[in-house]
Design a binder for this molecule. Sequence first.
Ligand code: MF3
Ligand code: CO
Length: 290
Amino acid sequence: MEKIGRNDHCWCGSGRKYKVCHMAMDEKIHRYELEGHMVPDRSLLKSKEQIQGIRDSSVINVAVLDAVEKMIGPGITTGQIDDLVHDMTVKMGGFPASLNYEGFPKSVCTSINQVVCHGIPSHEVVLKEGDIVNVDVSTLYKGYFSDSSRMFCIGEVSEEKKKLVQVTKECMELGLTMVKPWNFLGDMAQVVNDHAKENGYSVVVDIGGHGVGLEFHEEPFVSYVTKAGTEMLMVPGMVFTIEPMVNMGTNEIYIDDDDGWTVYTKDGKPSAQWEITVAVTEDGHEVLTW
Ligand code: MF3
Ligand code: CO
């Protein structure tokens, strides 16, 4: 890392002297690093301006999900959801980050029942009474990315599925309580995984969350199965997603051979996911999307 003098301008671009800006924090991070912990690179610490950019992007992301919430129900196709997400995002001046992302063909992911994530919307797929569906919206606005997803119960849903949806939401919320400076990502993961397990569920290992903001998917990879005290140190300025995928049965998954995207549970049992984008602040966290 580049050596900066105490009286030089801080690396963060604030224009303040290093000694009154990030110096103390850098030293603290360095002490954790010497103890063998994973620590964020400077490039992962967003400035106030950058966080404002992500906040603005998040306003669109949340508004779009709110609109989905109003229109979704039995008889609606996932293609209609995709149209709404695309048109509303563009109307608000943004662009759907999923569209053409590594070849993904649509503007939103819609994942029904045993689909874990990355379901491709279609005008042929009609939501029916009893389905549970995850709608995952991600937005690019003026160079900044935001990302969130919610579960929706379509009409009357079985108690079993309702509970899966509810417990998965609790997992995310419990994880959030662990987001504050000088905790570890593993502290968050542990409470997520514990709560899922206590309810007889399993958490997907191979797919997780991510840093977000300047890119759609940034470092670090965010696991929800790792142990307290492990994984990356949380530092003010980090922005990442909490998005555990919780399965009613096995956490084993496979990807659709034909479309190359849709992820299913191996045992065909239902899966649920909630996602928020969260920033680590000086004294805790700020939820940017929900
Ligand atoms: N929105 C998903 C996430 O939470 C990523 C979707 S990638 C896509 O990270 F290409 F499938 F859209
Ligand atoms: Co995400």
